[in-house]
Design a protein around this ligand. Structure first.
Ligand code: SAH
Length: 467
């Protein structure tokens, strides 16, 4: 170990920053956040520093560094763009046994600054010992994405109840077990989803009962259109925490792969004409699993509240008093638009976008066709592949020209994505010659013309098809 990682209490102590540029500005801000008093020495100041100084609470001496600037100081940061000045600051500070950091030069000082993830009071500091600040930053980004931004709130709650828990559980092991169950269970989830009062009362109950009740809960999670990179941080966290994953056909193998390895997976796959598990049974399954004390991730394609029947599922949960949270996902229309290079709105072509279901019932579609067959709008059909001939015929019947552009996008955002473009008049015949695999989204409107110019994502399937 080349460096000793420590967290230093700077509250009310004096720190010297030498330099007045951008880097010094960042260091001054950080020191002040940590409650330090700052002495700034530099011939001139960045405008941000000038503002900070004007706001008060800071010493500033205009001029070059001199040894007397070190008097009464507990920590030193050399942040000028002059190597010799920085070296001189470091030499004199070190001679006084003061901790001194030279920005961007690990060896010149006697301590280095880490990359920080701040969830105060929780703090995580990352360092590569000065060997690669970029790597430290990447690691930091990785950690930022997996640690909920409200972690600090959780730590504050724990802090407030520490004594009560100490009194309740005399034994250290019992205490540790108790906190482990709290920090990985309902109380933590309540904090992360913003229900602070509920979290507190749940914790109080657990203390009184001598342990956390293993109340199950359901996470209704939007898994996005297929590319696992499009998951939200929260979706990923809950997918990795759940004991059971209940998923259907729209969930791509790549997304499913991101779930906790040892989680029990239940497939309730729905196909267009063949609901392998009826909706009411899915609703009941979620309730039953939660009542067994399981943390259930109900993973849905796209967004749970866009043609996802998410509303019905949580309706049953509410009726049965099961705790749940809903995590939005990127709906197919947005994923498709981005990955096919078809903006849904565009100043010149379309001022509105409408999402409708193209699901066939008794070979018809009961839709407001006059409203859909309007110029200057984009109409996105979910579940419309089978009903494509009806969609094209009805839109033309209600006034859209036969040349109106239309796109079919198969398995958007995945390695299997394929885009077929054509016209309302020609598409039904055109696609007879190709095999299209669901899920497929249909986009109708002049924005489809932009695809040729804006397409940027060419999937392996598309490459193979083009030879
Ligand atoms: N809740 C989902 C939609 C469920 S309805 C969402 O928000 O995306 C199912 C329909 O969504 C499919 O019939 C298809 O039209 C569309 N769909 C879902 N994922 C898709 C994908 N990766 N590519 C193309 N269409 C998709």
């Amino acid at each position: 170990m080349d460096f000793l990682p420590i967290f230093m209490n700077m509250r009310g102590r004096l720190a010297l920053v030498v330099g007045g540029g951008e880097v010094a500005t960042r260091k001054v801000a950080l020191l002040r956040e940590a409650g330090a008093k700052v002495r700034l020495v530099s011939p001139d100041l960045s405008s941000a520093l000038r503002d900070q100084f004007a706001a008060g609470g800071m010493e500033y001496r205009a001029g070059s560094f001199s040894e007397a600037d070190l008097d009464g100081v507990s920590l030193v940061i050399a942040a000028t763009d002059n190597t010799e000045v920085n070296a001189e600051v470091a030499r004199l500070a070190d001679a006084r046994a003061l901790p001194v950091n030279v920005v961007d030069n690990a060896e010149a000082g006697n301590f280095i600054m880490p990359s920080i993830i701040d969830r105060s009071p929780v703090q995580i500091a990352v360092s590569t010992g000065g060997s690669s600040p970029v790597l430290a930053r990447l690691l930091r980004a990785h950690l930022e994405s997996t640690i909920p931004s409200t972690y600090g709130r959780l730590a504050q709650l724990v802090e407030r109840f520490r004594d009560a828990v100490k009194t309740r559980f005399g034994d250290v092991n019992a205490r540790r077990k108790f906190w482990e169950s709290i920090l990985q269970g309902e109380v933590a989830e309540l904090i992360f989803s913003g229900k602070h009062d509920d979290a507190e009362s749940s914790l109080e109950k657990a203390i009184a009962a001598g342990g956390a009740e293993h109340a199950g809960e359901v996470y209704l999670v939007g898994g996005g259109p297929g590319d696992p990179d499009l998951l939200t941080f929260r979706a990923l966290r809950l997918m990795q925490q759940a004991d059971v994953i209940v998923y259907d056909r729209l969930i791509s193998a790549e997304v499913l792969d991101m779930c906790r390895r040892d989680a029990h997976r239940i497939y309730v796959g729905k196909e267009r004409d063949n609901h392998s598990v009826p909706q009411d049974q899915i609703n009941q399954l979620l309730v039953d699993l939660a009542k067994e004390g399981k943390r259930v991730c109900r993973l849905k394609g796209g967004d749970p509240f866009v043609f996802g029947r998410g509303g019905e599922e949580i309706d049953t949960l509410t009726a049965n008093g099961v705790n749940f949270q809903v995590v939005p996902g990127i709906t197919a229309a947005l994923g498709t638009a981005a990955y096919a290079g078809i903006p849904l709105t565009h100043r010149d072509y379309s001022q509105a976008a409408v999402f409708v279901t193209g699901h066939l019932k008794d070979n018809t579609m009961n839709l407001n066709w006059p409203a859909l067959a309007q110029p200057n709008q984009t109409v996105v059909f979910y579940m419309g592949l089978k009903g494509l001939p009806v969609i094209c015929a009805k839109l033309m019947e209600h006034g859209l020209p036969a040349e109106t552009p239309i796109a079919l996008v198969q398995q958007a955002t995945t390695p299997r994505q394929r885009v077929f473009t054509g016209t309302l008049g020609g598409m039904p015949e055109q696609i007879q010659k190709v095999e299209i695999k669901p899920p497929t989204l249909i986009i109708v409107g002049n924005v489809v013309k932009l695809h040729d110019k804006l397409k940027w994502f060419v999937s392996p399937a598309e490459e193979a098809a083009q030879g």
